[in-house]
Write a protein that binds this ligand. Structure first.
Ligand code: FES
Length: 59
């Protein structure tokens, strides 16, 4: 499911970024080769990061 329309990132992309060490939305954008634009996806990215086992998501 696409969660970031600006960067074309899916929930799977966010989980992959988290598995590779991303703990903040900015790090997720960086991992996916994107950048924060409208910010409309930030809450969803944080929600996914917080669901990841063993992850400590930071705003
Ligand atoms: S939807 Fe992700 S930055 Fe706009």
């Amino acid at each position: 499911m696409v969660i970031c329309l600006c960067n074309g990132m899916s929930d799977g992309d966010v989980r992959t970024a988290a598995a590779n060490g991303a703990t903040r939305p900015k790090e997720v954008y960086d991992c996916c080769g994107g950048r924060a634009q409208c910010g409309g996806c930030t809450a969803t990215i944080l929600h996914i990061l917080r669901e990841m086992p063993g992850e400590k998501a930071q705003a």
